[in-house]
Write a protein that binds this ligand. Structure first.
Ligand code: ZN
Ligand code: FE
Length: 253
């Protein structure tokens, strides 16, 4: 299995997933058809599938142009089939998608949008999480509620710690700055902020991240932490109430 990652648009990442045994290639989302085509041409890969996480234009905006060139199959969330341009196959929780010999499992993760899905490679520590979780962040709740988003994040939290999370945006530095406001005494977070700052100064990507690192430093995955709860003034709240307060604060940050 080969994964090729490249910047797209302002702060998106494109991902190509390639199975060398069969020559099958999928793009995870279609932020920019021109850039994706250029990367495919450079690598000599032919596009067989588009796997969409959600309907936003920076994720599905290149669907039609890529399908026109390649005749590729478009897989997307069943709950959003009306909003995914060119969709051929609608998938939902528990469905399996094959890219050659690579199998991916679909998880419904509503919250950022009502139909958002993520793809976890079966038997490999690799997941494409779209705009559900970011390094030290999570997707804005455009269409969903905290009561929907928190269970979505819990599905991701249940994966093994070495799972590499391929997030769709380079938001890490701003996320770290916010995270420090709700979790200022977290030594792992403070160190990560310095590391991320240095990486971005060298123009290096901070994606993918791993679930183990996120469990230690991502406040949106830590609403049960007593120190964070004390800082946000929610010592006795439920996890979802504490999560909602962290998200509200980020929206205003
Ligand atoms: Zn989005
Ligand atoms: Fe996005």
């Amino acid at each position: 299995m080969q994964i090729h990652q490249f910047p797209c648009l302002g702060d998106n990442y494109g991902f190509l997933l390639h199975d060398p045994d069969t020559g099958q290639t999928a793009t995870i989302d279609t932020p920019d058809a021109k850039v994706i085509n250029a990367e495919l041409d450079r690598l000599g890969w032919t596009l067989s599938q588009i796997l969409n996480t959600h309907h936003h234009p920076d994720h599905a905006g290149g669907n039609v142009a890529l399908k026109q060139r390649w005749g590729c199959r478009i897989v997307g969330p069943a709950a959003d089939r009306d909003r995914i341009p060119g969709i051929d196959v609608a998938v939902a929780e528990g469905d399996l998608v094959a890219v050659g010999n690579i199998q991916l499992e679909v998880f419904d993760t509503p919250g950022h949008t009502r139909g958002h899905i993520v793809y976890k490679v079966v038997n490999e520590p690799v997941a494409f999480v779209g705009d559900t979780v970011f390094a030290m962040g999570c997707g804005r709740l455009f269409e969903g509620t905290p009561e929907q988003m928190w269970p979505s994040l819990q599905k991701i939290l249940a994966w093994p710690g070495d799972t590499r999370l391929y997030c769709a945006h380079e938001y890490t530095l701003a996320n770290a700055q916010f995270a420090l406001t709700v979790d200022p005494d977290n030594a792992a977070l403070r160190q990560r902020y310095l590391d991320v700052q240095a990486a971005r100064q060298r123009d290096q990507p901070t994606v993918p991240t791993t679930l183990a690192i996120e469990r230690k430093t991502n406040p949106f995955l830590r609403p049960d932490d007593p120190k964070i709860r004390a800082t946000i003034g929610k010592p006795d709240a439920t996890d979802v109430e504490a999560f909602a307060e962290i998200r509200r604060r980020k929206d205003r940050f």
